[in-house]
Structures are given as structure tokens and as C-alpha cells.
Design a protein around this ligand. Structure first.
Ligand code: AMP
Length: 289
């Protein structure tokens, strides 16, 4: 069955409140559309755990920097809606930019709007590559939480830093929603599924497998006893250097919660983060160490 299509935040809130009054658990899966199996795995998980599932499809302008791909980001709501129906989603929330940010203030950088600052977590790694990105993410997710009032919200580990920023926002700002992290879905060669993979040429697509190979190299070395974070980082760099189409931005061994760089692996959980340009396309990935 085709899921309900909702455009206005107020309508979503009304629907969600009605469901909750009927005793349903409401799950939210925020996405930017151009859906793939990674997104759908979140939807299926939500389906298992919630009586009602809302998926938002919104390409959020405030998380894109100047010169990034906001305009050309793939959009295909009809296809997304069909896939979401098959995955058992109850409602698709697909607002226009004006429905979220108001028609009057088209200049979102005018300094007039209220934003959610992502703090230190939002300044590291992707935050350094893309200034303001996590401020835009935290702000739109806060808005989606306010519009959908979900009991549970599902986020992919694929965007690990984003997951950490959202978890921190929920703790710090006392949102009453449970954040559920979901494992990364990968292609057979390990490349994490991403809507941006569609930008890759066949050669770039082949080269992009290096990100996962680098992460696996670090994870295997860590498993065999390597504790020195620099050596693990250098091993990742070396894997990427073998692919001329891959321009590495960072390959870092970090504390899994604070995302601060580590000198050595210790007792606390660690994570390897990687980001690269493959051709013009910006790709990120990560793995537990
Ligand atoms: P996006 O549409 O890229 O904003 O992603 C929407 C949600 O899907 C985010 O929580 C992502 O982390 C998650 N996601 C994207 N790609 C994957 C993947 N390959 N595996 C699991 N989750 C993913």
C-alpha cells in the first residue's frame, strides 16, 4: 500500500499525536531521499519495533555548504514512495523548503533564524571539511523531532559523526526520543551504500572500494594487536595512496564517543573514520576498531 504523503509539519504532528493517543509507538527515519538498501534497512528495523513508521524525505539546504551538491542532489519522490510502501512505511513526510523554513526567509544565512549549535563534536572531521554542516543537521533533526514527536528515531552508523551529534543533542537538549543506531549496509566490495555513489564513473566506483579496504586493514591490524594509532592511520593512508582516483581527506583513529583523535588504542571503544574525494564526489565511511 502506498504510504500517506504529508507536506506540512503541522499535519505530521497531528497525525503522530493521534497515533500515540491510540497507543501506537511512533518511529521516525530521517532521510534525504534517493533511497537505497541502507535507508530501507532503517525502515525495516523501525517497522519491527514501532506500530507506526514515518520516513522524512527532505534535502535540507542548511546542511549543504556553498559549492556543494544541494542543487544536483538526486530527487525522485515517486520512486522513494513506492520503495517505502514496500518496506512497510505508514507515512512519508516530504515538505518543501518553505514548509520547513518559511517562504519569507529564503536567505537562510541572514542570521535571523534560530539554529542548534552542534558544539565540539560538530567541529571535528566532517565539520572541518564542511563548516556549518552539523549545525544544519542538528537543526533540521530537531525540527523533524518537533514535527513528528517520535518515540524512536533511526540513524545509520554509516554517518557515524552525525549519529554522535544527534545522540549528544538528544541528551543535552532533553529530547524525549530514543535514538537507535543501525549498522552500515555495504556493496559486495565493501563500499558503503550512499546516494552519492550515483555520481561515480565506473573507474571511480572501482577505486571507491579503497575506503573500506583501508578501514578493514586498520581493523585487522588492531585485532592482531597494533595499539599505535598513528601506525593504524598510516596503514589506511597507504591503502588509499594505491588508488590515484582517491584523494584522502582524513583517515583517523578516534575515541568512539568524543571523536577526539587517539594516540593509542586503550580500554575505551575506538573508531576509524575516513573521508575522501573520489573524482569530485565526497565519500565517508567508518569502522569499529
Ligand atoms: P541520508 O539520506 O544520506 O541523509 O541518510 C539517511 C539515513 O540513512 C542516515 O541515518 C544515514 O546514516 C542512513 N544511511 C545512509 N546510508 C546508509 C548505509 N549504507 N547503511 C545504513 N544506513 C545508511
Amino acid at each position: 500500500m502506498s504510504p500517506l504523503l504529508i507536506r506540512k509539519p503541522g499535519e505530521l504532528r497531528e497525525l503522530s499525536r493521534r497515533w500515540r493517543k491510540e497507543g501506537e509507538i511512533v518511529g521516525l527515519v530521517p532521510t534525504m531521499g534517493a533511497l537505497h538498501e541502507g535507508h530501507l534497512s532503517l525502515v525495516r528495523r523501525a517497522r519491527e519495533e514501532c506500530g507506526k513508521v514515518v520516513v522524512s524525505v527532505f534535502v535540507n539546504p542548511t546542511q549543504f555548504g556553498e559549492g556543494e551538491d544541494f542543487e544536483r542532489y538526486p530527487r525522485n519522490l515517486e520512486r522513494d514512495r513506492r520503495l517505502l510502501g514496500e518496506a512497510g512505511c505508514d507515512a512519508v513526510f516530504a515538505p518543501a523548503v518553505e514548509d520547513m523554513y518559511g517562504g519569507g526567509t529564503t536567505d537562510l544565512s541572514s542570521g535571523e533564524r534560530v539554529f542548534v549549535e552542534a558544539g565540539r563534536l560538530g567541529e571535528l572531521w566532517e565539520g572541518e571539511e564542511r563548516p556549518g554542516h552539523f549545525r544544519g543537521v542538528a537543526t533540521v533533526v530537531a525540527m523533524l523531532f518537533n514535527a513528528a514527536e517520535p518515540d524512536r528515531a533511526y540513524f545509520g552508523e554509516k554517518d557515524y559523526q552525525q549519529l554522535k551529534v544527534i545522540q549528544k543533542m538528544v541528551r543535552d537538549l532533553l529530547f524525549g526520543v530514543k535514538v537507535v543506531p543501525c549498522p552500515t549496509v555495504r556493496e559486495p566490495d565493501g563500499l558503503a551504500l550512499s546516494s552519492r555513489n550515483a555520481y561515480l564513473s565506473p573507474q571511480e566506483r572501482r577505486a571507491a572500494g579503497a575506503l573500506w579496504r583501508a578501514l578493514r586493514e586498520a581493523a585487522e591490524r588492531a585485532r592482531s594487536g597494533e595499539r599505535d594509532a598513528r601506525r593504524l592511520e598510516r596503514a589506511m593512508e597507504e591503502v588509499c595512496r594505491a588508488e590515484p582516483l582517491v584523494r584522502l581527506q582524513y583517515a583517523a583513529v578516534v575515541d568512539a564517543e568524543t571523536l577526539e583523535r587517539l594516540g593509542a588504542l586503550g580500554d575505551r571503544p575506538a573508531r576509524a573514520l575516513i573521508a575522501a574525494h573520489v573524482g569530485e564526489t565526497h565519500l565517508i565511511d567508518n569502522a569499529a576498531l
